[in-house]
Design a protein around this ligand. Structure first.
Ligand SMILES: NC(=O)c1ccc[n+]([C@@H]2O[C@H](COP(=O)([O-])OP(=O)(O)OC[C@H]3O[C@@H](n4cnc5c(N)ncnc54)[C@H](OP(=O)(O)O)[C@@H]3O)[C@@H](O)[C@H]2O)c1
Length: 300
């Protein structure tokens, strides 16, 4: 079996598609044959050494997202059957289990049945970005009756946050980096205002930051600031009675099923990605670094 692995952190060249040891199927787990995954900033943070996996040993297999076909199930699993197409997310940084592998063993509770009629390469964009966005919106608490600012709204997580807020009827304002990203937001969902560079000061009761920048200047006193990027909660949040929350995304088949429901009812849309073979990881990573709006997806 083959997987994309690295021995030591480094640049793109540190990753190679190589023969690897098959994962062992544990209690409560499902073995999945890889069909598709996507590249996320977390993959680059881990392979470059900015984040060290808290479990596992070198060589590490990278990858968080997964769409694939069930190959085997542990005897205590009755929720999936061999041949089912499933979708899942592996918190690779916590568990050391990467998904860029021809075979992946994941807990059955981290998986949901993939819907028919959506290409695996499109679905592969959903798990990490969608679960993070869902958790970020949950962290706001009751549905806000004031406008919410989404920072990094054109990114993978940000564009899901925009759509999840919009389906709740929340007035969404977006902060993006470039005018082209602002134009692209029109295809994502209803956004009441788009700001490039800076948002209006002290204007929002809640902010969700999916870019990891300091946008606390835009928060009203007593508001809620949710960052999706650990380590970037601005120090000024906490002054004036504001609440600061850092999102840590959990593996959850239940939450994935919720997101799949939103895909089915049309309230959540994923764009068409750029697709590369898992074996051509070097080219895919180059495309990811130069991405212009499109997600970078890996296929078998
Ligand atoms: N906490 C968790 O468990 C968790 C889970 C998933 C993701 N994350 C983190 O969440 C972040 C977003 O992930 P992602 O997959 O959405 O990445 P992404 O697709 O690269 O999105 C980030 C977006 O933020 C934009 N941005 C950067 N600087 C900005 C600025 N100054 N003003 C406005 N927008 C700005 C980027 O624009 P450009 O492309 O032009 O730079 C991009 O559109 C990453 O840091 C990721 O590691 C955390």
């Amino acid at each position: 079996m083959y997987a994309v692995q690295f021995d030591f952190p480094g640049g793109r060249e540190t990753l190679s598609y190589r023969e690897a040891i098959e994962p062992i199927l544990g209690t409560g787990e499902v073995m999945i044959g890889f069909e598709a995954s996507s590249i996320n900033p977390a993959d680059v943070k881990i392979s470059s050494g900015r984040i060290a996996p808290r479990a596992g040993t070198s060589p590490f297999t990278l990858g968080w997202d997964l769409v694939g076909i069930v190959d085997k199930v542990a005897p205590d699993v009755d929720t999936f059957r061999v041949g089912d197409r499933v979708i899942g997310m592996s918190t690779m940084a916590s568990t050391g289990r990467g998904t860029w592998s021809q075979l992946v063993a994941l807990p059955a509770t981290s998986l949901a049945l993939a819907p028919a009629g959506i290409e695996p390469t499109v679905l592969a964009q959903l798990p990490l970005a969608g679960l993070t966005a869902l958790k970020a919106v949950d962290e706001l608490g009751p549905i806000p009756d004031q406008a919410v600012l989404v920072v990094g709204a054109a990114g993978a997580v940000g564009s899901c946050v925009v759509q999840l807020l919009a389906r709740l009827g929340v007035e969404v304002h977006a902060l993006v980096r470039t005018h082209a990203q602002g134009d692209a937001l029109a295809s994502v969902g209803p956004v009441s205002a788009v700001y490039t560079g800076e948002a209006p000061a002290s204007s929002f009761g809640a902010i969700i930051d999916a870019a990891g920048i300091d946008a606390a200047y835009a928060l009203r006193p007593g508001g809620t600031y949710v960052t999706c990027v650990p380590g970037t909660l601005p120090e000024s949040v906490g002054a004036n009675g504001a609440i600061g929350v850092t999102v840590i995304v959990p593996e959850s088949g239940t939450n994935l099923a919720t997101l799949l429901g939103y895909l089915a009812d049309g309230s959540l849309n994923l764009g068409e990605p750029s697709v590369f073979r898992l074996s051509d990881i070097a080219t895919a990573l180059m495309a990811f670094e130069n991405r212009l709006g499109r997600r970078t997806v890996l296929t078998s």
